[in-house]
Design a protein around this ligand. Sequence first.
Ligand SMILES: [Zn+2]
Length: 413
Amino acid sequence: MPACLVCHDPLEPFLSFGKMPLADAFLDEPELAHEFFFTLAPGLCAACGMVQLCERVPDARMFHDTYAYYSSTSAGMRRHFAAFADQVRRRALGSADPFVVEIGCNDGILLDGFAAAGVRHLGVDPAGNVLAEAARKGLTVQQGFFTERSAMDIAAAHGRADAIVAANVVCHVADIHSVFAGVRALLKPAGLFIFEDPYVGAILEQNALDQIYDEHVFYFSVTSVNRVAAIHGLEVVDVAPQPVHGGELRYYLGVRGAHAPSRAVDEWIERERASGVVSPAAYRDFAVRTGALRQRLIDTVDRILSKRHRIAGYGATAKSSTIINYCGFGPAEIEYIADVTPGKQGKLTPGAHVPVRAPDFFRAHYPDYALLFAWNHEKEILEKEAGFQAAGGTWITYVPDVKVRSRPPGAAA
Ligand SMILES: [Zn+2]
């Protein structure tokens, strides 16, 4: 039986998706024969409350120099990160020459906000291609994983940090103890470690089974984060929900005793106890609900195809990999998936091998139905692609349940 990465107690899966590919491993034709698969199965540690993958993929397979995700592709995300940087500056960067370190800075979408304000900063990321984009913008970056060792090196070279920040990164790192020990070593005594990640409570509430994929090793709650923090002399001092990636929490951590925790921390922990976010029953229910959701989506697609209507996808997101492969869809069901990321266009999606096309291709080859895989960007995409519905196209969403959107009045049938 696998062991909990936090407390080493035995871990039991509550759901198994079977063999899954890496969600960001888009392929060219010759690579199909060597595609990598692993068993995707999340489990809850009953001892410490941490939800995590039971089988992990080695980091070097996921975070490398051809990493497919660029943070800056969405206008909504750029606004979100500008506000995030503002918040960090207000709460943690009051000293004379503040220094901020970002773990997993990607193309620099969050660091931009510090650089623009003249704040001393350093971004760390193992993926050379996205990091090169950050460097091209003039940001100060260094390639590598953030570990206890590299954190001590950064402290020696640049001094300790007023703030350490991360977005959609901490939940990716299996060696979470090394990250938290590194934070403890690098943070000033009154500094703040501020990070945000998908919230496990939102995943349960929205049946968002597509948040579960190889890169998301952990599915955090305030309860579980506070327990890891305590092991390293840190504590959660504030929590703020964020309406991105389908529902995230932003955690503010300080050295234990350095900041008075806000009332929100106790309120969230109490809410998690009451709603069962740290109890096995909630995850058994989730497995039943998401199994039914999968069947409804398969039936919906079958019904559309039986009428000889065409289906395409929109947003070749990492999230889409889980739902597509779990449903067993391929190019016979989904003709192509439109995506704005140039590095994905012309490639095949992991596992299902559906071709990825530019949004222009979508506009020139409207299907009858489009599965909206980037459901967390629904508003932005439906506005940008208003022409699809105007031409008689129908969107399908599947979070929290399968929904075939009715056509706007006056649209051609
Ligand atoms: Zn545990």
